[in-house]
Design a protein around this ligand. Structure first.
Ligand code: A3P
Length: 288
């Protein structure tokens, strides 16, 4: 498979196939009982998907293992093989769980309609680990452009010229939206440190009331090692991913950036972060 080219929609870099399909994506019709999982890529989308799926299936692991992760819940903007996200979404019975990495300004407007009470869950991850995880993902995902060297990738990312646009605009945009719309805004680091507490938040947001035993099961089955060994959540069934280059379930930790950032890159990132996060109440813990 050839590495895909990129193009832009309203200044945001996206896969070329997504841009070519843009009008159809923009016209997508959300339904009031949809659940949308939104994130910047590599912030914990698959993790949250597994949590939501287990909650909706009352902790029944066999039901969540009915199909591989991206087949169960498609990405709206996904156009290249093995599926067209819009078609998959339109075929799905309600209530649907959909996923997106689109920045808030590019979310199809039907999601925001007054009568459309879509439940949106956003997950954000600190910028440093997010860069590292995305770098490895672009190395191993044959459908995405080659990331180039770590040094090149680092700069492209900070400049907001990478896929799905600027990390800063993404996390801040969705943060502001949560003051207007019913959005549950979560952090990867919180789920890692307090899985049970954060899973309970998702449960309450989705209007579910599951007992302690079910909650225990969900915490267990959505833990890193269990998901890593589950072919329905580790993407080993996806022909797009070369897991010998880097596994999809790579490390699943907080602070792996320390193994990649040079001292100069760390200073550059801290400076960039201070400057670009100056206008928001959103904050991330940066040192571990
Ligand atoms: P790493 O590359 O740092 O390991 P996404 O699903 O948005 O593509 O995010 C993938 C990242 O989330 C990867 O990070 C992956 O390992 C991590 N991840 C997935 N499931 C996880 C879990 N149960 N616990 C912790 N991290 C998880």
């Amino acid at each position: 498979m050839n590495r895909e080219e990129v193009s832009q929609v309203r200044g945001v870099v996206l896969q070329k196939s997504t841009c070519e399909y843009w009008n159809k994506i923009w016209d997508f019709q959300a339904k009031p009982d949809d659940v949308l999982i939104s994130s910047y890529p590599k912030a914990g989308t698959t993790w949250l998907q597994e949590i939501v799926d287990m909650i909706q299936n009352d902790g029944d692991i066999e039901k969540t293992r009915r199909a591989p992760t991206d087949i169960r819940m498609p990405f709206l903007e996904r156009i290249n093989p093995p599926y067209v996200g819009l078609d998959k979404a339109n075929e799905m019975p309600s209530p649907r769980v959909l996923k997106t990495h689109l920045p808030v300004q590019l979310l199809p407007p039907s999601f925001w309609k007054e009568n459309c009470k879509v439940s949106i869950i956003y997950v954000a991850r600190n910028i440093k680990d997010n860069i590292v995880s995305f770098f490895h993902f672009q190395r191993m995902n044959k459908g995405l452009p080659d990331p180039g060297s770590w040094e090149e990738y680092f700069e492209t990312f900070l400049e907001g010229k990478g896929l799905w646009g600027s990390w800063y605009d993404h996390v801040k945009g969705w943060w502001e939206a949560k003051d207007i719309y019913p959005i549950l805004y979560l952090f990867y680091e919180d789920i890692k440190k307090h899985p049970r507490r954060e899973i309970e938040k998702v449960m309450e947001f989705l209007g579910k009331n599951l007992d302690e035993k079910v909650l225990d099961k969900i915490v267990y089955y959505t833990s890193f090692n269990v998901m890593k060994n589950n072919p329905m959540s580790n993407y080993t069934l996806s022909s797009l991913m070369n897991q010998s280059v880097s596994p999809f379930m790579r490390k699943g930790v907080i602070g792996d950036w320390k193994n990649y950032f040079t001292v100069a890159q760390n200073e550059r990132c801290n400076e960039d972060y201070r400057e670009k996060m100056d206008d928001t109440t959103l904050s991330f813990s940066m040192e571990y």
